[in-house]
Design a protein around this ligand. Structure first.
Ligand code: 3H9
Length: 703
């Protein structure tokens, strides 16, 4: 017996412990060891019942995700066959669930005749989140146990349920109080089953999982989610698998599930989502920051500035139960900010997302003040004032004077030089950038900007805090715009310029949303505010003065007071929430193109795709080469979680790898030639991209 399984006997009960830290992922070696232990128990006449449990913090987090896309995923014994064997056990098998039972982990429990769980256990089938579907019987056994509707909801939401919900659903048979020994309880349960001569497998609770559902149930379910599922394979095929559970025998359903599972497993979408899963975990491993570094306690936070951003940041901490002091200069602005926060929470109450008590509890965690003295003892200060270096530096001078030693001083700048801000303090090692995305209480991404002197301890503490507040943290070095906004610039530049060359804003945005982006870049500028974009450009006119042509149209919109959605006009006209093509914008681009000597022509959708995307990718590769981003996966996380890049394409870097790096390079070189002076100026392939292609590399990495 290998060490992957802890096998022992307790009287007539065989105890089989999965022992593959950290989460008992069911890779081939563990599957083989489990199969062997199972057969040993079945073959042992002394054993009358079995208990399967997980050593450590999980029952099992499911199949080993790193095996997918390789033969190891289906290597003997494959999980589906192993679980079918388990389900046919002639002796009762009890799954003892403590911690998480996810994906193939829950499917293992479903193949057992009986399930018992601790109160803090969570159970779920999150496969669709990584572009898969439950492929070891989950789509067939779960509907037969809890009904098709509840099963579909669990499978398609990917959300876990608590042990008490699982008990109510009939997913587990017994609940064990936290602190009680789940293994002892499971062994007792097994003995009771033996005393009662209980069958090894009970009849399914739902012989017809679709019983009581309307005939059009599956069509209606898919139709209601067609927008959310647009372009995605896994949810559509997962639904089909559950439907198969309602249409025939278990054997037929399991066979259908296998076919569908293999289809998603080999899809590019699943490869992209799996890449994202690991990228998210890799992003927390930072060079120079050891895993065991002592963290600073963060029990109280202050936010400077009660505007939209400051308010969102305050809510982010209050939502995680961390007290926040919100500081403003004027009473009116503070009241407005606090009122806005309350309104936001009230709308969550109206939507049923929050109870009134939770609203009040969160508001009670946020205290307003006009005095810097009130934040002298907090553990972290986040400045969220107007995006101006001089103003931010003056705030940091004050913080340096007022705040206690050991406080972390963070700036929420989206573009400015964190080192120049740190330099005005006597403690640059305690200064860091925390770039939240608006609305800060909702958006998952947090760009953590590591200044030249930021200490490893400060960095580690903020990364830990990000997890506490459910943010996806990505570390960036210091440069204009960090990872996200620096890449936005060339991408947005092409979008703007293409409109001058003859595309309409709707055509440009249409190509991007067709690809799966949550929003086209020009619509995004309308949402963020044409005035905001203008002010960012104003702050760095010298840097972009050598070719000012591409943003002439945006400057013109600014001059006319067309600031985007908030004024009802920008690149589009707005009637309520409806976005309408504005023919005056088209006419204006014609005039500007004429003035700038740009020949207007019919622009193909392919050209829009290639110019916007290749320039985005090129900048990402350059950032990696400069060391601003540590890994290409970090760049992907930023664009998926902060800029609406479709997760199922894996982020711009992964997408480039899928397209082929040589295609990206060839495209850049093509437009460099085709677009005359403009092409010569902007279409310069990143040296790292050239090196990678020359070395026939398919992955984006430093070379
Ligand atoms: C499946 O089951 C398919 C079947 O239906 C059909 C098969 C035929 N595999 O997240 P953490 C690693 S698909 C491999 O930092 P936490 C993770 O990379 C699977 N590795 O901890 C990390 O490694 P490292 C369906 C895995 O406490 C370490 O474990 N299941 C897996 O914040 C710690 O992870 C899922 O989708 C895995 N399955 O969260 C569940 N899981 O230290 C995916 C974790 O080297 N997992 N690792 O960076 C999770 O949701 C979370 O990891 C979990 C723990 C909640 C378990």
């Amino acid at each position: 017996m290998t060490t992957l399984i802890d096998y022992r006997l307790d009287g007539q009960v065989a105890l089989i412990g999965l022992d593959r830290p950290p989460v008992n992922a069911l890779g081939q070696p563990l599957r083989a060891a489990l199969a062997e232990a199972f057969e040993q128990a079945i073959g042992d006449a002394q054993v009358c019942a079995l208990v399967i449990y997980g050593q450590g913090r999980a029952f099992s987090a499911g199949a080993d995700i790193s095996e997918f896309g390789s033969p190891a995923a289906f290597a003997t014994p494959d999980l589906a066959s192993l679980l079918s064997r388990l389900a046919d056990s002639p002796k009762p098998v009890v799954a003892a669930i403590a911690g998480v039972a996810l994906g193939g982990g829950l499917e293992t429990a479903l193949a057992c005749g009986y399930r018992i769980g601790t109160a803090s256990a969570t159970l779920g089938l999150p496969e669709t989140r990584i572009g898969l579907l439950p492929g070891a019987g989950g789509t067939q056994r779960l509907p037969r146990l809890i009904g098709a509707e509840a099963a579909l909801e669990m499978i398609l939401s990917g959300e876990s349920v608590s042990a008490s919900q699982a008990l109510a659903l009939g997913l587990i048979d017994r609940l064990v109080a936290d602190g009680d020994d789940v293994l002892a309880a499971a062994t007792d349960f097994a003995r009771t089953l033996l005393d009662e001569s209980a069958p090894a497998q009970r009849a399914w609770r739902y012989s017809d999982p679709a019983q009581g559902l309307p005939a059009s149930f599956f069509e209606d379910y898919a139709a209601a989610r067609s927008r959310r599922w647009k372009g995605q394979l896994a949810p559509v095929l997962a639904l089909e698998a559950v439907r198969a559970a309602c249409a025939g025998s278990l054997e037929e359903g399991l066979a259908r599930e296998q076919v569908l599972f293999k289809q998603v497993e080999s899809s590019a979408q699943s490869a992209a989502l799996r890449h994202q899963f690991f990228a998210q975990r890799e992003a927390l491993k930072i060079s120079g920051v050891s895993k065991d570094i002592a963290l600073r306690p963060v029990d109280h936070v202050a936010v400077i500035g009660a505007g939209t951003m400051g308010g969102g940041i305050a809510m982010n901490f209050a939502n995680a139960g961390i007290p926040v002091t919100l500081l403003e200069l004027k009473g009116e602005a503070l009241d407005r900010g606090l009122m806005h926060i309350r309104k936001n929470y009230e709308s969550s109450v109206k939507r049923g997302k929050l109870t009134v008590q939770q609203l009040e509890a969160r508001m009670a965690l946020i205290t307003g003040t006009l005095e810097y003295a009130d934040i002298a003892n907090v553990d972290l200060v986040i400045e969220a004032v107007f995006e101006s270096l001089a103003i931010k530096q003056s705030v940091f001078c004050t913080l340096d004077k007022v705040c206690k030693a050991g406080v972390i001083l963070a700036t929420n700048t989206s573009t400015l030089d964190v080192d120049l801000i740190a330099a005005v303090t006597r403690r640059p090692q305690d200064v860091i950038g925390l770039h939240f995305f608006s609305p800060a209480n909702i958006m998952k991404l947090l760009e953590v900007v590591r200044g030249r002197e930021t200490s490893a301890q400060v960095l580690a503490t903020t990364l830990h805090l990000a997890r506490r507040t459910d943010k996806i943290a990505v570390v960036s070095g210091v440069c204009f715009g960090f990872i996200g906004n620096r890449m936005l610039e060339p991408y947005a530049r092409e979008a703007h310029r293409l409109v001058l060359e003859g595309a309409t804003p709707a055509q440009v945005d249409g190509v991007l949303t067709e690809l799966g982006l949550a929003m086209g870049v020009l619509s995004m500028y309308d949402l963020a505010g044409i005035d905001v974009g203008y002010l960012v450009r104003e702050s760095r006119r010298e840097a972009i003065a050598h070719d000012a042509s591409y943003f002439k149209l945006a400057d013109e919109l600014y001059a006319h007071g067309h600031y985007g959605q908030k004024t009802g006009r920008g690149f589009y006209r707005y009637e309520g929430r409806e976005r309408i093509e504005d023919y005056e914008v088209v006419a204006c681009s014609e005039v500007l193109a004429n003035e700038l000597g740009i020949a207007r022509r019919v622009i193909s959708n392919d050209e829009i795709h290639d110019r916007c995307l290749f320039m985005l990718i090129n900048e990402g590769v350059q950032l990696l080469d400069e060391g601003i981003a540590e890994r290409s996966g970090d760049i992907d996380l930023v664009w998926i979680n902060g800029y609406g890049f479709p997760a199922w394409l894996g982020g711009p870097m992964h997408y480039a790898e899928q397209m082929g790096l040589s295609r990206v390079l060839a495209g850049i070189e093509h437009y460099r030639e085709q677009l005359g002076d403009y092409g010569q100026m902007w279409f310069q392939a990143a040296p790292l991209l050239q090196r990678l292609v020359a070395a026939h590399q398919t992955r984006i990495q430093r070379l």
